[in-house]
Design a protein around this ligand. Structure first.
Ligand code: MF3
Ligand code: CO
Length: 257
């Protein structure tokens, strides 16, 4: 049985404070991401930025995770650990997956950016991953089924010939990073729990060019595609409102994509 926690207006206001820091952080990270930098440097910059805003990088120490945020390049789908050995190259694609806690509440979001000049194929992958999110989020309002979101993500990604991981998905969020429900990126319309006002959901398409299979490396965290095909990830924290949704990790003017 999934137990989806409904948040009060007060709790949502606290989550929005963390959301504002997330928005500023992505602007900052996008502006500094350049070839020649190490992913360890970028991880430290992100951690320092979050702390300078009176907040906490919540991935650090979560089940032993050793970095401030997750930084995943190219064929790494998730949970990459910044390293001084990993240097950004022109043409790489880099995802920053970040959880910020402020006042006891969390938000979780992810962006994939290009480093320098990226190929048309990689740009299309990034664009489609965003499109999956924005088409799915448009459905969100009280009364729809969770499976409607999953189905829409699947429909869009598959229409471009891409795959979606079934090993990981989105989730609820609040006082905890991962709350019910699990939000698969594939699924059937009309299946799963019905959404209600006050639910806070992380919707996070993870799109793969080749086959959907993933493997976890020996560090216990880094998730790569088995066939080494490229992948992209896009995520926001979304609040179900009385008549729709609000994306609290995105600027208001960007709320419609
Ligand atoms: N955004 C990631 C997720 O939802 C963050 C968890 S990674 C960890 O899975 F580092 F914190 F474990
Ligand atoms: Co997440």
């Amino acid at each position: 049985m999934s137990k989806i926690i409904i948040k009060s207006k007060r709790e949502i206001a606290l989550m929005k404070e963390a959301g504002i820091i997330m928005i500023e952080l992505f602007d900052y990270l996008e502006s500094i991401t350049k070839e020649g930098l190490t992913t360890q440097y970028l991880d430290k910059e992100a951690g320092n930025f979050i702390k300078s805003k009176g907040a906490r990088p919540a991935c650090l120490g979560y089940e032993g995770f050793p970095a401030n945020i997750c930084i995943s390049l190219n064929d790494t789908l998730l949970h990459g650990i910044g390293s001084k050995k990993t240097v950004l190259k022109n043409g790489d694609i880099i995802s920053y997956d970040v959880v910020i806690e402020k006042n006891g509440y969390m938000v979780d979001a992810c962006r994939t950016f290009g480093v320098g000049e990226i190929s048309k194929e990689n740009q299309r992958l990034i664009d489609v991953t965003k499109e999956c999110f924005f088409e799915a989020v448009k459905l969100v309002k009280p009364g729809i089924h969770l499976g409607d979101i999953s189905h829409k993500i699947e429909e869009i990604a598959h229409s471009y010939g891409y795959s979606l991981t079934e090993d990981f998905g989105g989730h609820g969020i609040g006082k905890d990073m991962h709350e019910d429900p699990m939000i698969m990126n594939v699924g059937r319309e009309g299946s799963g729990p019905i959404l209600k006002e006050g639910m806070c959901l992380c919707i996070e398409p993870m799109v793969i060019v080749g086959k959907k299979d993933t493997k976890i490396l020996g560090d216990g965290w880094t998730v790569k595609t088995v066939d080494h095909s490229m992948c992209a990830h896009y995520e926001n924290t979304v609040v179900v409102t009385s008549d729709g949704y609000e994306i609290i990790t995105l600027k208001r003017e960007d709320n419609n994509g």
